[in-house]
Design a protein around this ligand. Sequence first.
Ligand code: HEC
Length: 108
Amino acid sequence: MRKVLFAALSGVILTASASFAGNGQAVFQKNGCTACHQAAVDTVGPSLKKIAAAYAGKEDELIAFLKGKHKAIVDPAKFAMMKSQLMKTSKLSDADLKALADYILSHK
Ligand code: HEC
């Protein structure tokens, strides 16, 4: 009878690893953010470095912005260009948003 239990337990090998917490850089690239945002230089949009500086210690606010629930603080005059992107980012899962925010904030 113990054998049955052991057989059941040994079958529990977790296969969930690849999708764990997501990969912020992959989310960033997959959603076309690179078209307007470079790591260190301003192009169409502000550099990730500039965004990271503005949101330093404010990850919650960055995530809220990406959900369309927080006003722009980096370059509000150009927000119209960024606004349509929020349709995409507001549909991302919480895990992807967190990974995305972590990725952006890593550009210090
Ligand atoms: C069509 C060009 C364009 C694309 C594509 C784009 N952005 Fe932007 N983004 C901008 C511009 C312009 C600004 C500056 C306006 C502003 O600050 O909102 C900006 C600003 C931002 C900001 C700063 C917000 C703030 O508080 O001011 C974040 C964060 C951001 N973008 C993230 C992203 C992410 C993530 C993606 C990919 C889903 C993305 N952007 C795609 C043009 C773009």
